[in-house]
Design a protein around this ligand. Structure first.
Ligand code: TRP
Length: 327
């Protein structure tokens, strides 16, 4: 039997090329080797206030983006967290084996909490809900970005504690970090990772940017005072552009050097812009098709939710039974 993979992301329409090259492209790539469940975690999204209309639209939009990127619903389940109530149910069971101290120590909690005067309980519980997402499906592999490794450690700690208290129940999941093309930096500031929340104009090329917008952003990307590409001396802005090209085109380091060494920055940008526009074109075309077929999209999510729920219900039943709850 194939090993099971679970991974997830919050619903967002601003998926950018950094998310694609660092994460979602890997999602599509693991589909043939593993049994995959991909979650759209809207209940994580509401740990900070979301406009309700916006959130429900973005859930569908995000599902359409995943389909456009090549996730195949015949192979993989695409599910929405809030449509499978066992996520919330298992999260409660897990809060009852999780010391508060473990949650207060999470770096993501500390960073996010520092931004608010009043800190919501949901923000503290975020990692427990994430543990529930993963443990529900007994996933043995979880592909995530390096900012999620601490949450994965917590997931294993919580699973281990449950197993010790109530008997072997959960699989301890392994973290799978992306191998190549992982860290695309901001176009406006190549010292910072390309980020979804950074919505200043020239920061990121999103997957849905029209060609002229994508081109403009790349042509304005920050470089440095060298006149031309030098694989030793060029700064982080140029390295980032090269990395974007390399990740999209799948070229070796030698092939990159042969193609770009000595090229003027203006020409480099044009080449990168054309590459990005060309690679986004089929994704955008497919996205439009998927969004136009509302019933079809709904069907995909209904099926994904149903597949996920069958597994989730059984896991919760076993966990409740082990804990002596009424089943
Ligand atoms: N916290 C993850 C992120 O921000 C999203 C997430 C929620 C997740 N549940 C998950 C990722 C389960 C992997 C597995 O990227």
């Amino acid at each position: 039997m194939k090993k099971r993979v679970f991974t997830a992301a919050q619903p967002s329409g601003n998926v950018h090329i950094g998310n694609y090259l660092g994460a979602f492209r890997q999602w599509a790539a693991v589909q043939d080797d593993y049994e995959c469940i991909f979650g759209i975690v809207d209940m994580h999204a509401i740990t900070v206030y979301q406009d309700p209309k916006d959130l429900s639209y973005r859930t569908r939009e995000f599902a359409a983006i995943l389909l456009a990127l090549g996730i195949d619903p015949a192979k993989s389940a695409i599910m929405v967290q809030s449509a499978v109530p066992e996520h919330a149910e298992l999260a409660w069971l897990l809060t009852c084996v999780t010391p508060i101290g473990w949650l207060q120590r999470m770096t993501q909690f500390k960073t996010k909490a520092a931004r608010y005067e009043e800190v919501l309980d949901g923000l503290l519980q975020y990692p427990v809900l994430m543990a529930a997402d993963i443990l529900l499906y007994n996933a043995s592999i979880v592909p995530v970005g390096d900012d999620q490794t601490q949450h994965l450690e917590l997931t294993r700690d919580v699973a281990d504690r449950f197993n010790r208290l109530y008997g072997e129940t959960f699989v301890l999941p392994a973290t799978k970090l992306p191998t190549v093309g992982a860290r695309i930096m901001g176009l406006d500031d190549p010292t910072k990772k390309m980020s979804k929340s950074e919505d200043v104009g020239g920061h990121a090329v999103t997957l849905l940017d029209p060609p002229e917008v994508a081109r403009k952003k790349i042509m304005r990307a920050q470089t440095d005072s060298h006149p031309e590409v030098d694989f030793q001396l060029s700064g982080p802005g140029v390295k980032n552009l090269l990395q974007i090209y390399q990740a999209f085109e799948g070229l070796s380091d030698d092939a990159m050097k042969a193609e770009f060494a000595g090229m003027r920055y203006g020409d480099l940008k044009k080449r990168v812009a054309e590459c990005v526009v060309a690679r986004l074109q089929p994704i955008q075309a497919r996205f439009k098709e998927v969004m136009a077929d509302e019933a079809g999209l709904h069907r995909v999510l209904d099926e994904g939710n149903a597949r996920a729920r069958t597994i989730a219900m059984e896991t919760v039943r076993v966990a409740k039974e082990r804990m002596g709850l009424f089943v």
